[in-house]
Design a protein around this ligand. Structure first.
Ligand code: UD1
Ligand code: CA
Length: 456
């Protein structure tokens, strides 16, 4: 049994009042259409077809090869839109699922049930419906006296009696392909000049063919987005769904309403998220971490047993047992190895801090490699930029950088080197050497154990 999904996304979405096509507006980090594609993909055996028109180039650019595309040049209605996919789908599928790309909360499980309903239906169509007090402009489901579906009546043509109907057309359909393509040709143009997909119900009924309705009990899944008010409702609902999933998987969230986790973020068990934490993009967090409060993490990888307190991370890597914050900032390419401690008011960019490095207070580290167990004193700055180019700083292991040291790159500091407070270091510092002053000069060379032995 071959199944294809067609997603309608050609409309302008006028009520969004936006330069961006509606389906590219995001909730929880992904475009609306991403969710529809994901759901379709899970229940069908073939690559979904997306019908695009308004902002087609933009949609293609963002979604790339996540779908096949059919172009609807003029938006002549949802029935007309499905017709545009005919060349790609006809003869390739036995069942065709059609949904609108502005319903990101619709679950794959629901589409699966809709497909199963149609597989058991001797007639050509199964539709998804829901009962609701607020009709939101949805089409109404008209039923015969015996309870079978008669028609979908669009709101603007509905009679006062029909407007009272509480059963609504969600906007997801499953068709038997054999009937769909010929059925589409029998849709007549509406008073508004459009060809409505919903008219297929009446057409099938008139041919004596049964239409099945699968009634949903979850109103939230049916949120279709027409305005930015709907967008915020969907965002809140999706956020709740994501947070609940993490909690069920073993993550503690102190205040789920104020914890913002984007789709696709991975979090290990026994990690605790404190309020006002944002986890975004391609981010993964290990087990047993304490994250937040007031923490912003984007496109970063964090190991196990880390503590990130009131900090901002972007494009960073933390290995295990890293402890940072409050008020620390990691920028792109910051890599903190095991047991690094980074205290308040520090910034790290494009740098590696080796195992056990301590950087307690007020420092900027850029384009640097720092060896294990090195101490970065308060106020240390890598002067890595000369106004034109960035230069590297290489600091060895067990180095002690005194408070308020300026490290003027390019610069190398050997293992166990030391700088005095306020040093402005412009020349490489050999191993086991203390430098002081401005510019810093060597005043002492530490004897190695071996030298001691010789002297005695
Ligand atoms: C549609 C349904 C309505 C249902 C509601 C649920 C029709 C005629 N009506 O109404 O019964 O209750 O959705 O949200 O189908 N589109 C195209 N090409 C077009 C027109 C629309 O691709 O020519 C796409 C839009 O981008 C959108 C979807 O189809 O994703 C639905 O179109 P929209 O104008 O929002 O339909 P509604 O009036 O909401
Ligand atoms: Ca709509």
């Amino acid at each position: 049994m071959r199944t294809t999904a067609i997603l309608l996304a050609a409309g302008q979405g006028t009520r969004m009042k936006s330069h961006l096509p509606k389906v590219l507006h995001r909730i929880c980090g992904k475009p609306l259409v991403w969710y529809s594609l994901q759901a379709a993909r899970e229940v069908t055996s073939q690559e979904p077809v997306m019908v695009i028109g308004h902002g087609a180039d933009q949609v293609k650019q963002v979604m790339g090869d996540a779908a096949r595309y059919a172009i609807q040049e003029q938006q002549l209605g949802t029935g007309h839109a499905v017709m545009q996919a005919a060349d790609l789908v006809r003869g390739q599928a036995d069942f065709v699922l059609v949904t609108y790309a502005d319903m990101p909360l619709l679950r794959p499980e629901t589409l699966q049930k809709l497909l199963a309903t149609q597989q058991a239906n001797p007639g050509p169509i199964s539709i998804l419906t829901v009962f609701a007090d607020d009709p939101r402009g949805f089409g109404r489901i008209e039923r015969h006296a015996d309870g079978t579906v008669k028609a979908i009546v669009e709101e603007y043509v509905a009679s006062p009696g029909q407007l009272q109907i509480k059963e609504l057309n969600v906007g997801a359909y499953c068709f038997s392909a054999a009937w769909l393509w010929s059925g589409l040709t029998r849709i007549r143009v509406s008073p508004k000049g459009e060809y409505y997909l919903t008219d297929l119900v009446e057409i099938a009924v008139a041919e004596g063919l049964p239409v099945q309705a699968l009634v949903m009990d979850n109103l939230q899944e049916t949120i279709g987005i027409n305005t930015r008010v709907h967008l915020s409702e969907a965002e809140a609902a999706m956020r709740k769904r994501i947070n609940e999933q993490h909690m069920l998987n073993g993550v503690s969230i102190i205040d789920p309403v104020n914890t913002y986790i984007e789709t696709g973020v991975r979090i290990g068990v026994d990690t605790v998220l404190w309020p006002n934490t944002y986890l975004q993009g391609n981010t993964s967090i290990g087990e047993n971490c304490q994250i937040g409060p007031e923490t912003h993490i984007q496109n970063s990888t964090i190991g196990d047993h880390c503590k990130v307190f009131k900090s901002v991370l972007e494009g960073a890597v933390l290995e295990n047992h890293v402890d940072m914050g409050p008020f620390a900032r990691l920028r792109k390419g910051a890599h903190l190895a095991d047991h690094v401690h980074m205290g308040n008011f520090g910034e790290v960019k494009d740098s590696y801090l080796g195992p056990g490095v301590k950087m307690g207070h007020f420092s900027y580290i850029g384009n640097a490699q720092i060896g294990a167990e090195t101490n970065i004193g308060a106020g240390t700055i890598t002067c890595n930029y000369d106004g034109e180019k960035k230069h590297p700083t290489t600091i060895g292991e067990q180095v002690f950088i005194g408070s308020d040291t300026m490290l003027v790159a390019p610069l190398k500091i050997g293992n166990r080197g030391r700088t005095g407070a306020g040093a402005v270091v412009t020349k490489d510092v050999p191993e086991d050497t203390l430098v002081v002053g401005m510019p810093a000069r060597a005043i002492r060379r530490f004897k190695k154990e071996a030298d001691h032995d010789k002297a005695e």
